[in-house]
Design a protein around this ligand. Structure first.
Ligand SMILES: [Zn+2]
Length: 195
């Protein structure tokens, strides 16, 4: 697959063709892109990202899968809870997220007593708020959204603060599609194992 990918990139007929003389600029652009990777960036720049990152993406997911295949999951973590925990203790070398991820991280706050809780939802936040039950602390029906962040952006910020790399993968390769469907689009390659 890697050889095939290379052939695609070097063939002017291919949709994945990258003009060689532009590659240094592209890589530099790619680096800046990942450093400031937010959902807005992802959406505006998605076509270019797909064109030049597909091979790298396949390699990365394959590496992630090899770690998962090892005894005790090797140096891998997946799913939001596990990855978030690993990120917070600085165990993540590379955070991997699917650009298909459509979730928000909310801070729910009781307007009466100040109780707060963080929640993740794939729902429309307005609907989520409407269905949210009474405050568990004061029982009042006063819990509202206090803060709302796209999960890609939120996890990227934690990663950045812990010196973890961030990689956004498309759903355009079989590997990228598998990553989204089987692992919920959130995974990590770890610096060290987390018990
Ligand atoms: Zn309350």
């Amino acid at each position: 697959m890697v050889a095939l990918g290379l052939k695609w990139m070097l063939s002017p007929e291919s949709p994945f063709y990258v003009k060689p003389r532009f590659s240094a600029e592209l890589w530099s652009w790619g680096w800046k892109f990942y450093r400031a990777s937010t959902r807005a960036h992802v959406e505006r720049s998605a076509p270019l990202l797909r064109d030049f990152g597909l091979m790298e993406e396949k390699d990365l997911i394959s590496r992630f899968m090899r770690e998962i295949g090892k005894q005790d999951g090797g140096l891998s973590a997946y799913g939001e809870a596990q990855v978030r925990n690993a990120l917070q203790i600085g165990a993540v070398d590379m955070l991997i997220m699917s650009e298909k991820l459509r979730k928000v991280r909310l801070i729910m706050k009781c307007e009466d007593c100040g109780w707060t809780k963080e929640e993740t939802t794939a729902e429309d936040p307005i609907e989520f708020e409407k269905r949210y039950g009474p405050c568990p602390q004061c029982q009042h029906q006063a819990v509202a959204i206090d803060q709302e962040t796209d999960i890609v952006e939120e996890l990227s910020l934690i990663a950045e603060s812990m010196g973890s790399k961030v990689k956004i993968v498309s759903g355009n390769s079989d590997e990228g599609e598998l990553f989204f469907k089987a692992f919920g689009g959130i995974g990590a390659i770890l610096r060290f194992r987390v018990g």
